[in-house]
Design a protein around this ligand. Sequence first.
Ligand code: SMO
Length: 747
Amino acid sequence: MGEALRRREDRRLVTGQGRYVDDLTPEGCLHLEFVRSQFAHGEIVELDLEEARALDGVVAVFTAADLAGLGAAAINLLIPDVRPQPMHVLAAERVEAVGQPVAAIVATSRAIARDAAQLAGLDIEPLSVASGEDRPEVLTPEVLSHDWRSGDADAAFAAADHVVGVTVEHSLLAPMALEPRAALADWREGRLTAWLSTQTPHRARDDLARMLALPLAQVRVIAPDVGGAFGGKASIYPEDVMVAFAARRLGAPVKWCATRSDDLLAATHGRGATTSGELAVAADGTVLGLRAKLAFQLGSWMPFSAVIPARNAGRILPGPYRVEDIDIGAKGYFANRAAVGIYRGAGRPEATMLMERLMDEAARVLSLDPLEFRRRNLIAADAFPYATPTGETLDSGNYQALVDMARHHAGYDALRARQAELRRDGKIFGIGVSLYIEPCGQGWESATASLCRDGTIIAATGSSAQGQGRETAFSQIVADLMRVSPERVTVRHGDTGESPTGIGALASRSTAIGGGAMVRACEGLLEQIRRAGAELLQCGEDEIVPGDAGVSVASDQGRMATWEALAGHLLGPETGDPKEAALCSSVVFHADGEAWASGCCIASVIIDEDTGTPTIDEVVWVDDAGVVLNPMLVRGQLVGGMAQGLGEALMERIVYDEDGQMLTGSLMDYAVPRAADIPPVRIEKIETPSPTNPLGAKGVGEAGCIGIPAAIVNAVGDALSPFGVRGLQMPLTSERIWRAMHDAAGR
Ligand code: SMO
């Protein structure tokens, strides 16, 4: 542990040996395609599928009438005061978003299914469209409301020397996985097997069983290789359920794979929040109070984690700062659009952006350096565990050290001097700072560690994988604890038929909680190995030493048994399945509270005067992910998150027109960062171990999406401050920046 072990997945994946859902085509596989609504809101007047049904190769057509009696998908109602908007697998009388599935067509080939879908006669009478904004005149029913209050915010604001306010608009974003969504289902001998591109296979199994009214034991969900998810594959979708239903009804394998445009239109979106806040500050630079209103668009139905972004944004809003008196309210609004769910960061980026923009505004009003102003208000390093005013417990951290290290590695004072120099030369250069905290999931995960007949170790986890290198990380844990080489360890995950129950790969929780479970499972297995080894080698249990070859006796290294011999001793001499378990330890690990990662980012940006194009000069970033298991995997996660964070700050945006039609339905119109957009980044770390799990680990998966956008936006704000430009909204495209500079010049 702690070594930059190379990813064992990569040879397979980069040589085209990966197996994603679309690579699986069982004998006799049928293909499903959807007829989708072309209106954002309306009554279905007519749905004529006769022509589609008559097309050669069409096997079946399904409408909502065929699905009567289907159960409901689960929604996680972690906060009260939610009016759940259920998922409809197929629209019945009414459509509520463009792209909503209305009918399903099953054919012998994908091309025929698509052709048949084009032949559907779908007539919709349009109705007025809710746009999900916090304005009653645009028909936006409120479906969620929650408050966090502590101390006396009114008194704090009354006592303040200065009050600053900021409003931030987060565009809707696409959690852009390389592999779009995909589902394949087969029904055999009364059992359903579904291969899904999912980050939560056990949850998907539970949903499919409930919705199709099947016992859990008759449903198996397998996540083969998953090409990214980022929150967008954490909930069951109408398409998944439809594929499973059709497979069962037809008694045949049925497959559906989304196109990129299908996903832009109908996969869950992220962000889409409008936040506004006020900070009360004293003349000496002390933050006294915080007020905020957070408005989240929730789209036309709620995926499992729909309320999580609003909940996360509210509960972490004060960030790493000491603020006792707070009044925070979050609301969620229905809209005739795709569902909005978690997307890498899930409310944390929204909280960080608002708080960090407020901190910059306050520093400006107080004429204090933004880094110095932040430092004065940090929670002290000796104050952990720290009870936040929103009711959370921050387990550990050292925010002063983050700031000091970032200041040092960025050469902050020299950077400010360089800024002054560049400005004298007429250049537009800005420096932006942000601090973030990152809660890394709650609850439990499970693991099973087994010694097999052939002397290998199988480590099965309830956690899942979507490309992060889970097999590498978990084999590293097992190898370290069992004192064997990682090659001896096989990691199993993502198959409800052979891995223990679990929550999945999300919320930056996999290493801390899933890895914590693996540690406990290995400890249990080692105990069994000591007992069995002592019996075989005729010594005390505490004399047994594990090693790559097998177990030996501490006082006499010559006395040893290979792993195979130990397994054979336990299982008996008869030959059997080489993967049969001779010893096995299963645990469900409940984390002792939540682990909180943190970090400090400093970004410098230069803006082209003629075009407004922002170029990030450098990012200097100090992250505290607790004890690091594999620094190379951590760096990959941080840089990947940074790329998506940069996308939010500078270019990404889903656009709907006022009729609810999507204007960004392909990658011709929706901009994602490319390799050339990624700036030079220097990443340093501190390690404050988390006391909540046996590894001392914290999450890293979402940090880049949380901390980086605020640093970039603050850097652009700093660059444009001499122009009197303030409060520019994301994405900070060349055009927006250029217009703001010119509008300011014209005033
Ligand atoms: S947005 Mo993540 O998959 O919790």
